[in-house]
Design a protein around this ligand. Sequence first.
Ligand SMILES: Cc1ncc(COP(=O)(O)O)c(C=O)c1O
Length: 382
Amino acid sequence: MSESFEFPVYKRLDLEIVEGSGSRVRTSGGRELIDFYGGHAVAALGYRHAGMLEVLREQAERLHFQTNLVELEVRHKACEDLARLAPPGLDRVFLVNSGAEANENALRLAFRERDRDKVVAVEGGFHGRTAAAGACSHGRESWYAFPRAPFDVVWAPPDDRQALAAAVDDRTAAVILEPVQGLAGSRELSTEFLQVARVTTERHGAWLIADEVQCGMGRTGTAFAIDAAGVVPDVITTAKGLAGGFPAGAVIAPARIADSLPPGALGTTFGGGPLACVWISTVIEHLEASGFLERVRHLGERIRHSCRIGPVVDVQGRGLLLGLRCDRPATQVLAELRHRGILAGGATDPEIVRLMPPLNLEDADACALEEALADIPAKETS
Ligand SMILES: Cc1ncc(COP(=O)(O)O)c(C=O)c1O
């Protein structure tokens, strides 16, 4: 490519994508790749989805934008759909634009409700790059440029129930965690750990915030990942696949939290815009269709069982948020996979290849992944 006018803040792949269809994308050089990266878990229904295109066009022609100061039927519907998808009792929705913004607002609400100064977060967790969300993102020291965090953060190692219970006290406004940690490499937190998070937060009057920005919206084979543990948090945040690629995030909370907020307590210009809303409703319509989430679970199980092959020594994660643990640096395996027509992602764990493809992936795509992995030569031993 010629001179770039963008900030050089991404380590770009040597790849220009020009179009997509279903689970496949095409490069400027005319190569087709199966997109196991999913635009970073965003393209929930893949590319050029006929239903999504139809509602987007129809809405854009009718009314492409309006402010949150007016009623919008499509916003009302998107919030109603999301409340129905969420665990019972979480039936109020505040729509924003991104995952970080959703977490920033959830944390703001937790502090607003109580006079406390501390958050408990989990090592390996990532919650975004804004001031509060970034403060609870593990390893922030490498990129967080603010002089200090806005509150104290105490870290608990994943699945260390004792450390978690000991970290939560009467100064704690909230525990924030990803039920399946995405950037860490699709690492599941155990049911027992999530249960301890619920019990200890309740005991100390703190909130449990489930960051489902990456693992929510059907990605792990249930509507939200925390559903599988039978734990109902105080707040769920979500984004990424929420609107299938239109920028959107959401804070989902019970009426007891939301209904006491005065006008002006939260706000956004673009959040809840009509184009995002019609895609939110379309994504949810698919998640709720008979057999859809069952298929996500089936594909996840299939990949878990059949992809322990070639360089892969273990598979972690759930549904279509999976981490392939490799016998060599993931960067090498990713390059080999790209060479064989598969686009996947990395993680902060350098030996994990992360899969987060469109949720309507075909069995043939999973089969192609298996074949590509099997085709990668064994690690060279010196
Ligand atoms: C779990 C989680 N939370 C929050 C974020 C931040 O979301 P965004 O990049 O939309 O601000 C991410 C982004 O990767 C994420 O994976």
